[in-house]
Design a protein around this ligand. Structure first.
Ligand SMILES: [Zn+2]
Length: 304
């Protein structure tokens, strides 16, 4: 009799533990599925942003409207339909050609859409983003971070193509940062607000210098544009990451120069003109290294 009851109770305990672990397993599986859906969604948003970046980089230097006008094929000027503009998929289904004139679409657009999706997903992963466990302040940081990355992407693209830092895009970035600072002040009661006041004063001084003094005397305002870009980076990513960003940018520029020199020797190009010699997209390197540094730093902070 005694043995029987012991057997019975152990049996019940076993069944209970089995059922608990099964429901726990199901719960964990559901969580993983939710996480996969969240990251897929973030990838899609990233690729939509990526497709917008290519449009912005193409249109902003031409002073064309980026929000109201429909997209068109740069070759035949045919307005694109909704199905021609789905990021990544349209490129694949149309066989990398314009539907109307069969002109090849540049592979770069496709790669940028994928890359932008990947950067967004990496950013979410670096913050361990999750629907259930992530708190409000991390979500806020993620949303502002995505807009910050968007600004950097467009600035990098324009600087790479045209060798200047577009001020309207930079202004958009400053507005995003201002909203973030206001959020930090009101919601999170960040005690380090004085640093933003210092940054703001420096930005104002640089802007005044740029518009009042430099524009009249020096035609090339690129150095001041780069300083304004550095301040933009400093405001969002703070001192350490900005320091790393500048260090790696200098390294990247050194490598850029070395490769250019080797390339020049190999091809024996007949004298580049003077203007071309100076053109190093410093802003492009700053933006790219900053994105990489910020991602690595976040991974380090959230996973250690
Ligand atoms: Zn076309």
């Amino acid at each position: 009799m005694k043995y029987k009851s012991v057997y019975a109770s152990t049996f019940i305990i076993c069944i209970e533990s089995l059922s608990v672990s099964k429901s726990q397993r199901n719960q964990r599986k559901d969580l993983q599925n939710m996480e996969a859906i969240l990251y897929l969604f973030i990838f899609c948003i990233g690729s939509v942003f990526g497709s917008f970046f290519t449009l912005a980089v193409y249109r902003i230097p031409l002073k064309q409207n980026i929000t109201h006008e429909r997209s068109y094929c740069p070759n035949c000027n045919h307005k694109l339909s909704f199905f021609d503009m789905i990021p990544i998929l349209s490129y694949l289904f149309l066989g990398a050609k314009c539907r109307y004139c069969k002109q090849k679409i540049r592979q770069r657009y496709f790669l940028l859409e994928i890359l932008s999706g990947i950067v967004f997903v990496l950013f979410a992963m670096s913050l361990k983003l999750n629907i259930f466990t992530t708190n409000l302040s991390t979500w806020a940081y993620f949303v502002f971070g995505v807009l910050y990355f968007a600004t950097l992407f467009i600035l990098a693209g324009i600087d790479k193509e045209k060798f200047y830092v577009e001020k309207t895009v930079l202004l958009f970035g400053y507005i995003i940062e201002t909203l973030y600072i206001i959020y930090l002040y009101i919601v999170e009661k960040d005690p380090n607000m004085y640093r933003y006041v210092i940054y703001l004063v420096i930005i104002c001084i640089l802007t005044v210098l740029d518009t009042v003094i430099f524009r009249k005397k020096i035609k090339n305002s690129y150095p001041i544009e780069i300083l304004l870009l550095c301040m933009f980076i400093l405001t969002f990513t703070y001192e350490t990451i900005t320091f790393l960003t500048i260090t790696f940018t200098l390294l990247a520029i050194a490598i850029h120069l070395i490769i250019k020199k080797i390339f020049k020797k190999k091809k024996k190009i007949v004298q580049l003109d003077k203007k071309q010699k100076l053109e190093i997209p410093i802003g492009f390197y700053l933006c790219v290294t900053n994105i990489i540094c910020l991602l690595i730093a976040n991974f380090y902070i959230f996973y250690s």
